[in-house]
Design a protein around this ligand. Structure first.
Ligand SMILES: [Zn+2]
Length: 175
């Protein structure tokens, strides 16, 4: 897996850094997970090769706006882009309440189902190639960390490259 930082400026954005959002990409294929979705995260995604069609799940750490205000927009854009596959959202209970109210008030009818998993219950969630565990953090509101374990990862150690880095002057072997 690898990480792509979409936003590292908590609280408010700056001209060069958006509010919270991290994309975690699977080692193989185009599958990815979005951890937190501050306002403007979908604009950050536009600067990458990530596709909303291959988004496996969105995981929200806590209800503060800099971590979730981008959700309605990103879901609406995924729908406008033709996504039909159900999407899992792992988040505190309040997020489901807020998102469903937002969809209703703004008459946002998504062409794909949302499957909510409540992070308040510290769930373990299984995806096709990824297992996710939830851990409680200390914050002013209930807050969670997500630990990802990827399955079926090919060993990818480049032995020649490792030796050249570990022994840059060719000092391999005993003396
Ligand atoms: Zn916060």
């Amino acid at each position: 897996m690898n990480l792509l930082f979409l936003g590292t400026s908590a609280g408010v954005p700056t001209k060069s850094r958006n509010v919270s959002g991290v994309a975690l990409r699977e080692s193989k294929g185009k599958g990815w997970y979005l951890i937190d979705c501050g306002e403007g995260t979908q604009h950050q995604v536009l600067h990458t090769k990530l596709s909303f069609h291959s988004l496996k799940a969105i995981l929200i750490t806590h209800v503060h706006g800099d971590h979730c205000y981008g959700l309605p927009g990103i879901l609406a854009s995924a729908g406008m882009g033709g996504r039909k596959t159900p999407l899992t959202i792992v988040a505190p209970a309040g997020i489901q309440t807020w998102l469903e109210a937002t969809c209703e008030v703004t008459q946002l009818s998504l062409p794909f189902a949302l499957e909510f998993i409540c992070s308040d219950e510290l769930p373990s969630v299984e995806f096709e190639n990824m297992a996710v565990e939830t851990f409680a953090l200390s914050h002013r509101v209930p807050c969670y960390a997500y630990a990802f374990t990827e399955r079926n990862v090919d060993a990818a150690l480049d032995v020649d490259k490792w030796i050249s880095k570990a022994f840059p002057e060719g000092r391999c072997g005993g003396s």
